[in-house]
Design a protein around this ligand. Structure first.
Ligand code: NAD
Ligand code: TYD
Length: 380
């Protein structure tokens, strides 16, 4: 079957799914005897930051889907992120500890849970760790993605959504604010992390063109919100400030990121999964460019601290991308998605979440984490 025919077929499948998600149509489809089979989605990396927020959104909204939360539980994966949901919704949500590189195990779980779709979050996700060692990044983000694609192909997956990042596009100049990443921007990854994500994206693209696999790719800007592992800028700085420690600001602090509340990202992924055109890439962003220095000022103010007592400028990250900014026009025009949360409000909600969940992050910031922190920041 060529890519074009497959694309047609998949658009039909997309229609059925939208139909199924609408309770009014569901009634109708029952009456007419055309009840589609239950969607069963494998969510890889579901115990991580964004994956767990995605599962939470779907379960809380009672979306008519079954979910298999699959995660290897690396240092970044935490079953506590979805523990309450596993208890409260056992009929809808199951968990499997598995490595996406393990083809036999993925195949077994696929059959057991009668998987129809994949939303692929699982990744090594931290740029600084990819500078310390790129091996795990190539293994999970490239080989793991290839393994998933092969199992998905063998089992005739109905939809495969690759969750990717704006970092695959490289960096933007700060003196040309009108320039933003579009879906046509060439891939120019600069860190081992972004290079491994770009390689994964290229494999996904190739399975569409070569095999007609019904794939979708999203590329999002920096997220913030609950359950964010405290090695990334916002949760690291918020928790350091709560601990009375200083925050390590890289270089001149003037690097720019485009910040998006995690729930908005999850909504965008759900929108693309349901309405997106196969083979297409959708950029997702907050239209919210902020320098690291400004983020730091905001956090310090919100936490009632003073700049001079709180900030430690440290040696810059090697190869540090200067500016990321997303043009999210395509997803708005074609699928009607746009962010709902404003940064000034959602950052307060986020800080409050870390105040209310001290056990969660204090548990993480111990043991192995302290060794990493020492290795990353000592003498910088
Ligand atoms: P995260 O590091 O918090 O979570 C990643 C999860 O994947 C963890 O639970 C980990 O245990 C799991 N995992 C890692 N290797 C695995 C393997 N081999 N098999 C199974 N599970 C494995 O990352 P995140 O911030 O939630 O990011 C999720 C996805 O979104 C990633 O693909 C990332 O590239 C992408 N993304 C993240 C951001 C962001 O700002 N955090 C922005 C855009 C895109
Ligand atoms: P990060 O949260 O690691 O996301 P990414 O590098 O994927 O964009 O970093 C966000 C920005 O914050 C980035 O410009 C690097 C900077 N940063 C610091 O200044 N200090 C830190 O300790 C960290 C982790 C990041």
């Amino acid at each position: 079957m060529n890519g074009e025919n497959d694309s047609e077929k998949s658009r039909e499948t997309g229609g059925v799914h939208e139909f199924w998600a609408d309770p009014t149509s569901w009634q109708f489809s029952r009456v007419s005897g055309k009840l589609p089979a239950m969607r069963s989605i494998m969510v890889t990396g579901a115990a991580g930051f964004i994956g767990s927020n995605f599962v939470r959104l779907l379960v809380n909204r009672r979306e008519a889907v079954k979910l298999l939360a699959l995660d290897k539980l690396t240092y970044a994966g935490n079953l506590a992120n979805i523990g309450d949901l596993l208890k409260s919704h056992p009929e809808q949500l199951a968990f499997a500890r598995a490595d996406i590189c393990d083809a036999g195990e993925i195949e077994r779980l696929w059959e057991l849970h009668k998987i129809t779709e994949v939303v692929h979050f699982a990744a090594e996700s931290h740029v600084d760790r990819s500078i310390l060692g790129s091996g795990p990044f190539v293994q999970t983000n490239v080989v793991g993605t290839q393994v998933l694609l092969d199992v998905a192909k063998a089992n005739k997956v109905q939809k495969f959504l690759q969750v990717s990042t704006d970092e695959v596009y490289g960096t933007l100049p700060e003196d040309k604010p009108e320039e933003k990443f579009t879906e046509e921007t060439p891939l120019q990854p600069n860190s081992p992390y972004s290079a491994s994500k770009a390689a994964g994206d290229c494999l996904v693209r190739s399975y569409f063109h070569t095999f007609g696999l019904p794939v979708l790719t999203t590329r999002c800007s920096n997220n913030y919100g609950p359950y964010h592992f405290p090695e990334k800028l916002i949760p690291l700085f918020v928790t350091n400030l709560m601990e009375g420690k200083k925050v390590p600001l890289y270089g001149d602090g003037m690097n720019i990121r485009d910040w998006l509340y995690v729930e908005d990202h999850c909504e965008a992924i759900w929108t693309v999964l349901n309405k997106g055109r196969f083979g297409e890439v959708y950029n997702i962003g907050g239209n919210n460019e902020i320098t690291n220095r400004k983020i730091t000022e905001t956090l310090i103010r919100e936490m009632g601290r003073k700049w001079d007592d709180s900030v430690q400028y440290v040696k810059d990250r090697p190869g540090h991308d200067r500016r990321y900014a997303i043009d999210a026009g395509k997803i708005k025009r074609e699928l009607g998605w746009e962010p709902k949360h404003r940064f000034d409000e959602a950052i307060k909600t986020t800080i409050q979440w870390y105040r209310d969940h001290q056990d969660w992050w204090r548990n993480i910031k111990s043991g192995e984490y302290l060794k990493y922190y020492q290795q990353q920041y000592a003498g910088r």
